[in-house]
Design a protein around this ligand. Structure first.
Ligand code: NCD
Length: 392
């Protein structure tokens, strides 16, 4: 079977852990793998800006002894002449052994994987997913804080359009962690992620009111979404939101994301969260938390934090190379993981419906590929971007 990595659910838990174990071994001898993929060619097809993801994939392939061809400037690719992604992918795939794709449309990686003969790795598809960033995030959490199952992770910032947190939240819940999602102004986790998280066995979600974070928010009352094992969810009186006390919570990590300005759909956020600065890390709630960020940061983390040992974002970026080396070894068929059954899509195909997400690749340029399915609750969802669909 072709080893695509389109969503984080393409690899089961054991496989993700095995990849991290492999990255641990690679990391101790980064220069010792130059004969692992000789003769292999990776195509990096980046139709949206990138620094870390593209360079860490390319560094990974080169360190493995493979080679790389790159199309990294959307303005000089044939997309500006009107070429469809489907055609571009067919061509690149015919030149290389593995394609790494970044694209502004949700579902682009799924479309590419369905057309390519070789494996496709999703390096970010619109506001949908970014699973290799999640490998890097999980690997950082495990390296810095130990087993993920025991952790409480605060997701902070633009959780609606930030694709990294969509993949990460899914993975954290699968590993048994607790997630507290703090976002404002319509920027909390999108419905397709929330419904998926809440439907994981033994898990549930509820809105909570946090009243004991005045020291960092300079106001009383912050609304958040708690995703946790059902037994840990607080109960609320009818019509009220449950209260969550952070004083009693040990927060292992706070994962910050920037406002995804390029993806806002005429619905600019109505509120902004405070910048993460020294006040945050002085607060008893966050005194033992590492700070993660997929980067680039554009002001949501104060530079004064860079010298704090809890600021883990640069260490996190560096781990992108060993973990992507491990991923490429798997994609190219050089290592077997204990794959078992991937979580895969939980959508059952359904005819006569269409995606209504204007940011989806099928709506933008490939309606003939469109496919819709029903989720466990019977709701119609696009098989590419996972957002709502409707009967046409
Ligand atoms: C992220 C992305 O592209 O989604 N960056 C990255 O890959 N490290 C985050 C972002 O752009 O905000």
């Amino acid at each position: 079977m072709k080893r695509d990595f389109v969503t984080i659910d393409d690899l089961p838990d054991a496989a993700l852990s095995n990849l991290m174990d492999l990255a641990d071994r690679i990391r101790t001898n980064l220069r010792g793998h130059a004969a692992d993929l000789p003769g292999y060619l990776m195509g990096s097809l980046f139709l949206e800006p990138s620094t870390r993801t593209r360079l860490s994939f390319e560094a990974s392939m080169l360190r493995l002894g493979g080679r790389v061809i790159t199309s990294s400037d959307p303005a000089t690719s044939s997309a500006v002449k009107g070429e469809t992604l489907a055609d571009t992918v067919r061509i690149v795939d015919s030149y290389v052994d593995v394609t790494v794709l970044r694209h502004p449309s949700a579902g682009a990686a799924r479309l590419a994987a369905s057309l390519a003969r070789g494996p496709v790795i999703n390096a970010g598809d619109g506001s949908h997913e970014h699973p290799s960033q999640t490998l890097c995030d999980l690997y950082t959490l495990r390296s810095e804080r130990g087993p993920i199952a025991a952790q409480t992770v605060v997701l902070y910032g633009d959780l609606r359009y930030g694709r990294t947190v969509h993949s990460l939240a899914r993975a954290l819940v699968r590993f048994g962690a607790r997630v507290i999602a703090i976002a404002e102004g319509g920027l909390n986790l999108p419905e397709f992620v929330v419904e998926d998280l809440a439907s994981r066995p033994g898990y549930g979600m509820c809105m909570v009111q946090i009243n004991d974070l005045e020291d960092v928010f300079r106001r009383r009352g912050v609304e958040a979404m708690l995703v946790a094992p059902q037994t840990e969810l607080p109960t609320a009186k009818a019509g009220e939101i449950a209260e969550l006390s952070m004083r009693t919570k040990k927060v292992h990590a706070i994962y910050v994301t920037r406002l995804q300005k390029e993806r806002l759909r005429g619905d600019a956020p109505s509120a902004t969260l405070p910048i993460l600065d020294h006040r945050f890390l002085k607060s008893p709630t966050f005194s033992d938390s590492i700070v993660l960020h997929p980067l680039p940061r554009v002001g949501e983390i104060a530079r004064e934090l860079d010298s704090d040992p809890r600021a883990a974002y640069f260490r996190q970026a560096a781990l992108g190379v060993p973990i992507r080396m491990a991923l490429l070894l798997w994609s190219c068929g050089m290592v077997d993981l204990d794959v078992g059954h991937p979580h895969g899509t939980r959508l059952v195909p359904c005819r006569g419906a269409e995606c209504v997400n204007p940011g989806c690749i099928t709506v933008k340029e490939a309606p003939d590929f469109a496919e819709v399915g029903r989720d466990a609750q019977g709701r119609l969802r696009c098989l590419f971007c996972e957002e709502r669909a409707s009967i046409s």
